[in-house]
Each structure stands twice: as C-alpha cells, then as structure tokens.
Design a protein around this ligand. Structure first.
Ligand code: SAM
Length: 220
C-alpha cells in the first residue's frame, strides 16, 4: 500500500508530532518555532524530500545540519527565560537552522561559523525568511564573542574534547551552556551552569557531532 506523498508543511507538522512531542520536547515556544521554520530551505533542493526525516543532512564542506530532535533538545536544554528577552551565543552556524529556531525564543542570537561560504549562505536564508535578530560572524567560535556577552545561553553545535574555557566566562550568572564533549566519533551532551563563581555540569544524552576545529577544539 502506498500512501499519498506529504507536502512539505504536512511533513513538518508530522515531524513535530512524532519526533518532538513524542520525545518529551514540551516547551510550547520551541514546538511552535519548529512548526514554523521551514527546515527544507536550509538544505539543497535535492534533500527537500528528506528535510523532515529524523536525522542530520549534509550541507556541503563536510558539515551537517543537525537532526531536528537534537536542535529542539539543545534549545530546550538551554532553559532560556520564558520572556523571549534572552541573548544567546551559538558556536557553529552551519546551515543557520539552529540559529533560526533560537531567533524565535530569544531577543538576539549571535552565531559564529568558521567556514565563510556557510556563514554567507546561512545569512541569505535568514534574510529571505525575514529573520532579523540573528548576527553571524566568520571566525573561531572557541573564543566566543565577548563584545555581546555575557549571554543568557551558549550553545555549541560542534564537538570539542573539552569545554572551550573562554565560553564559560561569557555566561551570565544562572545561565547555561550546552555542548557536545568527548572523542571525535561519539560524545556526551553536557549542560554547564554558572552560579556565581561555581560551574556545575550535567551529562544529558549521547550524541555524535562533527568536530569543533581551532584553538579550543581539535586544532585545524
Ligand atoms: N548549527 C548548525 C545548523 O543548524 O545547521 C549545525 C552545525 S554543524 C553540526 C557544525 C558547524 O560548526 C560546522 O558548520 C562547522 O564548520 C562549524 N565549526 C567547527 N569548528 C568551528 C569553530 N571553531 N568556530 C566556528 N564554527 C565551527
């Protein structure tokens, strides 16, 4: 039996229902953002039929757009204040999709990408979607972006052997940093929280991210 092929909006609605609501993503702002933002526009047209599948997809330059569930999970793990007034830093813009989701639950998003071509493409897609609260910089995100900090949340979307030290100094008191940490093939997603001079850390789930390169990652 072959069913009717879903339209992209239908596939997106089903993604939210099956992959997110069905897996304890329960922040209504995040579910709404994932319902609204057209993930397919962040990948090449040849991947549109798979854009709402439960996995990562290639975006060129040997990089990937993360699995929708992981994007939602990391956004929820940031525990941003409910007033949408947060300032968030993302390391690893990639396609710009995670930044687009963050743009719906934060006031400002600053995102750093080391590959200029990806940064430019992401900027264009965000502009086409009339998302104007995301600023992208080309550079090594391991140093963070102190000019706009401290942040209400920092999300690292590439895997480092350990938390890049400059990032923890750019967290507001009470804010969280979410990052995949561990060896190159498999890592654990960690959440660090700053409370005054104390940093606590929790191990959330196993993940597999592409490496964070540069001074605070795996080198060049
Ligand atoms: N958040 C992205 C998205 O929504 O499409 C997915 C990110 S992809 C898994 C990881 C990205 O991190 C790649 O685009 C890679 O070029 C970038 N990256 C790796 N090391 C970096 C660094 N030191 N600074 C900034 N970006 C880096």
């Amino acid at each position: 039996m072959f069913g009717k092929k879903l339209t992209l909006p239908e596939a997106r609605a089903l993604m939210v229902k099956n992959q997110l609501e069905g897996r304890y993503i329960n922040d209504p702002r995040i579910l709404e953002a994932m319902r609204e933002i057209p993930r397919h526009l962040f990948v090449e047209e040849k991947f549109w039929d798979s854009a709402y599948d439960d996995g990562p997809l290639p975006i060129g330059h040997r990089q990937t757009i993360s699995q929708p569930y992981i994007v939602a999970f990391m956004t929820q793990a940031l525990q941003l204040p409910p007033n949408n007034q947060a300032t968030v830093l993302e390391i690893g813009t990639g396609s710009g999709y995670q930044a687009a989701i963050l743009s719906q639950v934060a006031a400002r998003v600053y995102s750093i990408e080391r590959i200029e071509a990806l940064a430019k493409k992401a900027q264009q897609v965000l502009q086409d979607l009339e998302i104007d609260n995301v600023e992208i910089m080309v550079g090594d995100g391991g140093y963070g972006w102190p000019e706009h900090g401290p942040y209400d949340g920092i999300i690292v979307t590439a895997a480092a052997p350990e938390i890049p030290a400059p990032l923890t100094t750019q967290l507001k008191d009470g804010a969280s940093l979410v990052a995949p940490i561990g060896p190159k093939r498999r890592q654990e997603l960690f959440r660090l929280q700053r409370q005054g001079h104390t940093i606590t850390s929790e191990n959330l789930v196993p993940v597999a991210f592409v490496p964070l390169l540069g001074e605070h990652g795996w080198g060049e």
